[in-house]
Design a protein around this ligand. Structure first.
Ligand SMILES: [Zn+2]
Length: 390
């Protein structure tokens, strides 16, 4: 059977897709994610693909050289390999792209994630541009500051504990726990933090009600509608999780009579069907039972909407046909990259008019988890790519 995936490349802007999550392993000094094609990278890519499949925002590029005026900036993160404060001077962030620095280090918890900060010099328009990327408040002002609603980060960092055995399966856990900690649920949670869930951003805190510090609640309208009322949060100086149910009871993984449950329904992803009752994923420490991975729930997605993300739920991720990702390399060549299905063969084709297609190199065997093909021809004004799979 022959199938096609088509990607449209127009004026340097990727169309067809919502958001691109670029995973950068250059600061993975521990080597947690191994080399290109490793199961670790494939698992994180799959989690990023899930978010790409639902996030539809338009985010402006960040490029100091392209901005009017004498401006500069440094992206600031907690280095994923050391935890130390780290700066990337004048990072170029492409349009509709989030850059995620991923790594591992010995941690007290399974993982950690957050949005990146920045340091900048220039003018107010530049500062607003970095912080909001064109996202605006209802009154049209840049989407940050008092009462801001729409989170538009450049990216951030996630890091995972190197001192434990991980299960990198994309579909299941083992009930006896012999695979160790589940990576996919952890990565879903940490990328959720990077996207503003529980981060100390204005967008989250504007919905956080700490008038009773012992029982804070989240009042974002989407989350309230999904949960059926204000959502109980885990007490903290800056509450960043749903209330911990604190119970680990078979067979559900939670005690149905526990008043601290923050339950929701699963989305279809990672082998879990839609509509399964589960402790929401932004719970700080929900336990695992049975063979299902703990995945993102309707409540978690509602909270993403409350911090300003545009969500398209119709495009639930399927792994049937690979998603073709496009990157522009420093020399201008276009790199098409996709996750390969074992045993399949692939060929990328390009076209200027969607009628005549030219192969880009030869057929490729799926001998690695991720394959790519480079197009070094002049880019021109319009280019279309498609992936053939046999
Ligand atoms: Zn957390």
């Amino acid at each position: 059977m022959m199938r096609f995936a088509v990607l449209i490349y127009l004026l340097g802007i990727v169309s067809l897709r919502g958001l691109e999550i670029e995973l950068d392993y250059s600061l993975d000094t521990y080597g947690f994610f191994g080399e290109t094609g490793s199961q670790e990278r494939a698992a994180l890519r799959a989690v990023a693909d899930f978010y790409e499949s639902i996030l539809q925002d338009d985010l402006e590029p960040i490029d100091a050289e392209a901005f009017v005026g004498n401006v500069s900036w440094s992206a600031r993160i907690s280095h994923p390999g050391t935890g130390a404060s780290y700066e990337i001077p004048n990072l170029v962030v492409p349009r509709d792209t989030l850059i995620v620095y991923a790594g591992g280090q010995p941690l007290a918890s399974a993982g950690r994630g957050g949005a990146g900060g920045f340091r900048a010099s220039g003018n107010q328009a530049w500062f607003d541009h970095i912080q909001a990327r064109g996202e605006t408040n209802p009154d049209g002002s840049p989407a940050h500051g008092e009462g801001a609603l729409d989170f538009g980060p450049w990216g951030g960092q996630i890091t995972f504990d190197t001192e434990r055995t991980w299960n990198f399966s994309l579909t299941e856990r083992r009930e006896d726990g012999s695979w160790g900690s589940d990576f996919v649920p952890t990565a879903l949670h940490e990328l959720g933090h990077l996207l503003g869930l529980g981060s100390s951003s204005d967008s989250w805190q504007t919905h956080t009600d700490t008038s009773d510090p012992a029982a804070p609640v989240f009042r974002g309208p989407h989350a309230v509608a999904s949960f059926g009322g204000p959502v109980p949060m885990q007490p903290s100086t800056y509450p960043s999780h749903w209330q911990d149910d604190g119970a680990c009871v078979y067979p559900l993984g939670h005690d149905p009579d526990n008043g601290r449950n923050v339950l929701s329904l699963t989305l279809e992803q990672f082998g879990v069907p839609a509509g399964v009752e589960q402790i929401a994923r932004m719970d700080p420490s929900s336990c695992a039972t049975g063979t299902r991975l703990r995945v993102f729930t309707e409540l978690d997605v509602a909270a993403l909407q409350d911090v300003g993300w545009d969500i398209e739920m119709g495009s639930a991720p399927t792994r049937d046909l690979p998603v073709l990702n496009l990157d522009v390399l420093p020399d201008g060549a276009r790199r098409l990259q996709w996750d390969a299905v074992p045993g399949a063969r692939y060929q990328v084709e390009s076209s200027r008019d969607l009628s005549q297609w030219t192969p880009l190199g030869t057929w490729l065997e799926a001998n690695e988890a991720t394959l790519h093909a480079d197009d070094t021809s002049p880019s021109g004004i319009r280019l279309f790519y498609r992936l053939r799979q046999e």
